[in-house]
Design a protein around this ligand. Structure first.
Ligand code: MN
Length: 204
């Protein structure tokens, strides 16, 4: 069975950028809904319930064809949201970026340039989707965007950070002002965790 992750912070931790209401709906309704639906679809296919969510997302081609699209949608959303919620922190940004990841980000020109490119990807994603920071086999970073529940992990690449740009992620707090949500998102990124993920992709 897949389970709803606990948030590594309280529902009020991301105020003033993300409200308690948004976080409650997002975690306890949207993500919980995807988890429940995934378990329901896989109930007659027990074998796949032994996978962890990353394995499932990387092995969608092994699923019976009649459930593949539904599993892709729901497992994709579970994986994407887990990475999203586990990439954030509340309180004062401590900016514990490792030297290695800092150097890799400098390949965008500068941190400010990384922010510009990330923002352009988020604003440019038409409709629902996600923005990703992805590491290749040599440790080089790239920014990608995907639609709906898609992710770079489904295509064999290694994401270390994501941003949800589905309207449910920001609409209560920002209405249609997606650029403002993205601007504030930089205040929430937990660079210590993201640096750990980066280091891990280099040792695989
Ligand atoms: Mn979402």
């Amino acid at each position: 069975m897949f389970t709803l992750i606990d948030l590594p912070y309280s529902y009020t931790a991301l105020i003033p950028y993300i409200s308690k209401e948004t976080l409650e709906f997002h975690h306890n309704k949207h993500l919980a809904g995807y988890v429940n639906k995934l378990n329901e679809i896989l109930a007659p296919h027990e074998f796949f319930l032994n996978y962890d969510i990353e394995e499932l997302v990387q092995n969608l081609d092994k699923l019976p064809e009649d459930i593949r699209q539904a599993v892709t949608n729901n497992a994709g959303q579970v994986y994407n949201h887990n990475l999203y919620f586990e990439s954030l922190q509340g309180g004062k940004q401590e900016f514990k970026l490792s030297k290695e990841l800092g150097d890799a980000i400098d390949s965008f020109g500068s941190y400010e340039n990384f922010q510009k490119l990330w923002t352009a990807a988020g604003v440019g994603q038409f409709g629902s989707g996600w923005v990703w920071l992805v590491v290749d086999g040599e440790g080089k970073l790239s920014i990608e965007k995907t639609a709906n529940a898609d992710s770079p992990l489904m295509h064999g690449r290694s994401p270390i950070l994501t941003m949800d740009v589905w309207e449910h992620a920001y609409y209560l707090d920002y209405q249609s002002r997606r650029p403002d949500y993205i601007k504030d998102y930089f205040e929430l990124m937990n660079w210590e965790i993201i640096s750990q993920r980066y280091a891990k992709t280099l040792t695989i």
